[in-house]
Design a protein around this ligand. Structure first.
Ligand SMILES: Cc1cc2nc3c(=O)[nH]c(=O)nc-3n(C[C@H](O)[C@H](O)[C@H](O)COP(=O)(O)OP(=O)(O)OC[C@H]3O[C@@H](n4cnc5c(N)ncnc54)[C@H](O)[C@@H]3O)c2cc1C
Length: 383
């Protein structure tokens, strides 16, 4: 575990940076759907591309609690910024947990600086929740594999230089670490579509097709031992992804709540601040309570993952509760603002558009309930 002072220092530093550099321009960048190149450069300088990567590979070597603290701060300013580092950290985490030493040394030192950007490519047009149904294939040809298939929803896919790709091999689903040039094409890889989104703008989420794309056999995560073990590795990584989504939801919910509780004290109707109306007070009470519960569930899941290595039920609970909470708080914050909450003058509409992604991404909340119920039934099984 990272010592609490170091963690608090990092998180406070990011919070100050977000307040100074992000809050004032986030909505403009979002509406322009503009990639925040200057902000990303500053995130690189702060070491945010290698928060949890061990120091021996150049990372900050901090724990998951530090990571989620940073994710909450970034998301409270602009959720898209946390999207820039999320699947990058999942890809780096896959290398740390399952890569060979040669693979770690080859990619991690460039990933931690943000020079080499990572992404995760599991989903396909016909395989989202149903991950076992993927059809992207990798066929061995001597010392190489030939990859064919279509992947979708690849966040950071165009700017990434390293794709953690799930593909079907003879042995089952295998994770390949596919190096590519950032940009619309690289070898047999083509970014076939940039997907338009309700929110979460400013960073790309793309469809990518692979046509007879060749990779060397040493791109298999974990070497030959990793053949057929890609899905379990990726699903393990997605557990961290879910805790990350929960932290993101807490960040958006916090921003919406703070805006609402401030506005409620200055906006007057019927001769008094609306915060004096009981209907508004009850809303604020529910929002504050749910926000606190969401943060505690998220931190609990992170601590469990850090100390035991597994937290599937708790990560699912945190993701489920925090994401539903973010959507509720974003909606209530807008209600509390009345008409002005519906305008583009304030960021409330952005929180309202960003929040639904958290109920879908990294496994929908319907799937979370299935995972949670399965785990609870195992724990409480009656012989
Ligand atoms: C903006 C964005 C970014 C993304 N980024 C990435 C990324 O970087 N990498 C990546 O690999 N993926 C990414 N995803 C994909 C995301 O993980 C999937 O969208 C998600 O897992 C759901 O899959 P689906 O969209 O195919 O929905 P479907 O699986 O088609 O589900 C449709 C509906 O059916 C429900 N459903 C499905 N199966 C069941 C079941 N068994 N029981 C009950 N209900 C069920 C779902 O909950 C949902 O309500 C991203 C998605 C979005 C929207």
């Amino acid at each position: 575990m990272t010592d609490p002072e170091t963690r608090a220092e990092l998180v406070a530093g990011v919070r100050r940076w977000v307040e100074r550099e992000v809050v004032g321009i986030a909505s403009d960048l979002e509406h322009a759907d503009e990639y925040p190149a200057a902000l990303v450069q500053q995130m690189r300088e702060m070491g945010l591309f290698g928060i949890t990567v061990p120091e021996e590979y150049g990372g900050l070597g901090l724990d998951l609690l530090s990571y989620i603290g940073v994710v909450e701060e970034l998301s409270a300013g602009w959720m898209s910024l946390s999207g820039v580092i999320n699947t990058h950290h999942i890809a780096a985490g896959l290398l740390v947990a399952h890569g060979t030493e040669a693979q770690r040394r080859r990619w991690l030192p460039r990933m931690v600086t943000g020079e080499l950007r990572g992404c995760l490519s599991l989903s396909e047009p016909d395989a989202g929740s149903d991950t076992r149904n993927i059809s992207c294939r990798a066929v061995r040809d001597g010392d190489e594999f030939v990859i064919d298939g279509t992947k979708t929803w690849v966040t950071n896919g165009e700017r990434a230089g390293l794709v953690a790709l799930a593909a079907r091999t003879e042995e089952g689903i295998t994770c390949f670490m596919v190096e590519k040039e950032p940009g619309p094409t690289s070898g047999g890889i083509t970014v076939s579509r940039n997907i338009g989104k309700l929110g979460y703008k400013g960073l790309e989420t793309v469809e990518m097709s692979y046509t007879a794309h060749r990779v060397s056999a040493d791109a298999v995560l974990g070497g030959d031992a990793g053949l057929g073990h890609g899905l379990s590795a990726i699903l393990g990584g997605l557990e961290v992804g879910r805790i990350n989504i929960a932290a993101r939801a807490v960040g958006v919910a916090r921003a919406a709540f703070e805006a609402a509780i401030a506005y409620a004290q200055v906006r007057e109707t019927f001769g008094k601040p609306i915060a004096q109306h009981q209907a508004i007070q009850h809303k604020l009470a529910d929002m504050g309570t749910k926000l606190q519960a969401a943060r505690l569930l998220t931190e609990h899941a992170a601590v469990l993952r850090m100390t035991t290595g597994r937290a599937d039920v708790e990560a699912g609970m945190a993701k489920l509760f925090a994401s539903e909470t973010a959507l509720e708080i974003a909606t209530d914050a807008m209600r509390i603002h009345g008409g002005v909450g519906y305008t583009t003058d304030l960021p409330l509409e952005r929180y309202f558009r960003d929040a639904p992604l958290m109920i879908i991404g990294e496994g929908t909340n319907e799937i979370q309930r299935t995972v949670i119920a399965r785990g609870l039934l195992q724990r409480h099984a009656i012989d």
